[in-house]
Design a protein around this ligand. Structure first.
Ligand code: FAD
Length: 642
């Protein structure tokens, strides 16, 4: 308590709370009631009251912090050690097998050789931890005192995101995307899934649960292409997503629910964060592969005493002292990426027989071999056919393709403003192909006449409609041909190929986080008994957050730091909008395509003329279908019985 002014001693010494904060409160288990025993903020309470500093209980001047992985999870762990743990930046050392920081957040290349981004960037305003951090990180382009968050708001508040061509089909025709088209029984299945306890969903898949009509609906096209869910993925994860993004469901049709960065993910997030950390003295040690941790396990707990690394082909053991901490990013969605270009196919040398052998997976497997508290990595990394897909980055000089693109954009793609406003999905593509042109330039040094476009597909085992090969069997030019076919412009293919550089990335583990899982398959952030080890990233258990987001990696890092240092501060659970009656009603209305839902008429009558009148979204009267109450009631009862 030496860091706290002695005038607080009387209160703190008498406190039953001090030093016993629940760092990761669970809103799905909490009854939100105020009592003399329960005076801390509610589990998912967010806002300025949560901006207190996490006053450490001791000084960490002599502690070293080793962080394995310089992706956003590792980098945010460093940030929280510095901001909330008051750990000197110079005490923090990253160890990464690569020679660049950022992990999955990449963005490289140039107009001559072609740019490359393995991923696009859909972002949500409720990424509470991510924005918590980026409100403090100096902006990339705005002068001091502005932050990355300030820059983000300036762009997104003044250049709204939405799509005018969310779905296309029939070789370039915009398809009506105004409806989810869910049958009543499928809407009920969603409601029943939301009601289910998480524990009931171990190892179930989406296709185990949902009907064919759901899987063929517009809703599922929107959802799976937006979030990269496959039918064989985890039903539990889908449920968590539905809670997490309930507030955004109505805006998923035209992407008006999303915000996007100004540039690619590397320049937008990694560069400013890296600059901040390096300025604080943090060291980044590249080309350092971490093979294993030397963990002393006894009845007192599990304590890391050494880090076994490989550097320049030599094994080097880094001793971990009694006052030190270790953070490890377990698993990576982009490990073992295979690359191709216009004329070459990614040479994929991985299949289920040799899956899960790369550094990130191996390290996790080595930990799992020591104790079951470290989970079951093989559940996530053993089925390449179920966890892989490919993306392609197009560097486009003006061509017939860029002309066609203009028709699908909400603003001129050369104007610097929102272009396609998120992915455009081709619903009659065998590959379920999507493409997007985000705000340009997508790279700070990109020439004015260049557009950078990102393409990806969900189904890797189907032949194309035009090119009779699977996507991973295609060269970049063949992918262009397939895309041009779906845009109705094969007659202009030569012109497109001549003016487009293609760089492809086949990612064997890109959706490995979505593989069906059961309780205990993912370790907790600080696994039971660990005294100085935190696990972060996409493959650790949180109470209610989802995976495949930057936010969840930041969340795990923050939990790890608060927990290991036992800070006087909580990480609030996910944003509580799922409990907001307005969003629940709006989601119900949206899922029913704004036709009246059961009981809506009565509710409207009750609310009419009251303070709460506005909580039901108004429908244009002419769209109202006068379905009888009895019919809707019968549908409901039938659905519940099914
Ligand atoms: C194609 C794509 C699209 C995406 N779209 C979105 C989106 O729209 N919105 C969104 O929020 N998120 C999106 N994401 C997800 C987001 O990018 C990731 O969740 C996040 O970047 C993961 O960060 P991480 O630090 O947890 O892991 P990673 O970025 O994977 O970092 C892991 C790091 O650890 C290192 N490492 C691992 N093991 C070892 C070892 N044993 N020794 C040494 N180093 C090791 C790796 O080299 C790497 O640098 C997308 C990701 C991809 C790939």
């Amino acid at each position: 308590m030496s860091t706290i002014n002695s005038k607080f001693d009387k209160v703190l010494n008498a406190s039953e709370q001090f030093g016993k904060v629940n760092h990761e409160p669970d809103s799905s288990k909490e009854v939100q009631i105020n009592t003399p025993e329960k005076t801390m903020p509610f589990s998912d309470q967010i806002g300025n009251y949560q901006r207190n500093k996490g006053i450490p209980l001791q000084s960490y001047e002599n502690s070293k912090i080793y962080i394995v992985g310089s992706g956003i999870a590792g980098m945010s762990a460093a940030y929280y050690f510095i901001r909330d743990g008051r750990v000197p930046g110079k005490n923090i050392i990253f160890l990464d097998q690569l020679n660049i920081e950022g992990g999955s957040l990449d963005g490289a290349g140039n107009a001559k050789d072609g740019y490359i981004i393995r991923g696009g960037r859909e972002m949500d305003m409720t990424y509470e931890n991510l924005w918590d951090m980026f409100q403090d990180i100096p902006a990339l382009e705005l002068p001091a005192p502005y932050s990355v968050l300030d820059e983000y708001r300036l762009i997104n508040d003044n250049d709204p995101n939405y799509s005018k061509a969310r779905l296309i089909h029939n070789q370039g025709q915009i398809k009506d995307f105004s409806k989810f088209g869910l049958e009543k029984k499928d809407q009920l299945a969603i409601v029943k899934l939301l009601l289910k306890k998480k524990e009931e969903l171990d190892d179930l898949t989406i296709e185990d649960y949902f009907s064919e009509s759901f899987l063929n609906s517009n809703f599922w096209f929107f959802w799976r292409s937006m979030f990269a869910f496959e039918n064989w993925h985890s039903l539990l994860e889908l449920k968590l997503y539905m809670h997490r993004f309930l507030h955004a469901i109505d805006g998923m049709k035209d992407f008006s629910c999303l915000v996007f960065p100004k540039y690619n993910q590397y320049d937008t997030y990694v560069t400013p964060l890296k600059n901040f950390l390096v300025e604080k003295g943090v060291q980044i040690q590249f080309n350092t592969l971490v093979k294993d941790l030397d963990i002393h396990i006894n009845t007192e707990g599990k304590t890391v005493e050494g880090i076994i690394t490989e550097q320049n082909g030599e094994e080097v053991r880094i001793p971990v002292g009694k006052e030190d901490y270790v953070i490890v990013t377990t698993g990576s969605m982009t490990e073992s990426t295979f690359y191709g270009d216009n004329n070459t196919v990614p040479e994929v040398t991985i299949d289920n027989s040799n899956a899960g052998q790369s550094a990130g997976w191996k390290l996790w497997k080595n930990l799992a071999a020591k104790s079951e508290v470290f989970g079951k990595p093989e559940k996530f990394c053993s089925h390449i056919e179920k966890s892989s897909w490919e993306s392609a980055t197009l560097t486009c000089r003006p061509s017939a393709f860029t002309e066609k693109l203009k028709e699908l954009c909400v603003n001129d793609p050369y104007s610097g403003r929102t272009a396609t406003g998120g992915i455009i999905t081709i619903t009659d593509s065998n590959w379920v192909m999507s493409f997007t042109c985000n705000r340009q330039p997508h790279f700070p040094t990109q020439p004015d006449d260049i557009l950078v476009v990102w393409v990806y597909a969900l189904l890797m085992d189907k032949e194309g409609n035009y090119i009779k090969k699977t996507m991973p069997q295609c060269t970049g030019n063949e992918i262009l041909a397939e895309l041009c076919y779906h845009l109705g412009m094969t007659d202009q293919l030569d012109n497109v190929i001549e003016n487009t550089i293609v760089r492809t990335s086949f990612m064997p583990y890109i959706t490995s986080m979505f593989m069906p899982r059961a309780q205990g398959d993912r370790p907790r952030v600080v696994p039971e008994g660990c005294t100085n080890l935190g696990l972060v990233g996409q493959f650790v258990e949180t109470n209610n957050d989802v995976v495949f987001t930057m936010e969840s990696s930041v969340r795990t890092a923050r939990i790890a730091v608060y927990n290991l240092l036992n800070l006087n501060k909580q990480v609030p659970d996910i944003n509580p909008l799922q409990y907001d009656i307005r969003h629940l009603l709006k989601a119900t209305q949206a899922l029913n395509d704004y036709k009246p839902f059961l009981g809506e008429g009565i509710l409207r009558k009750i609310l009419k003329g009251t303070y709460f009148e506005h909580i039901l979204v108004n429908r244009p009267e002419e769209k109202e279908e006068h379905e009888s109450f009895l019919t809707r009631f019968q549908d409901w009862v039938k659905g519940v019985k099914d």
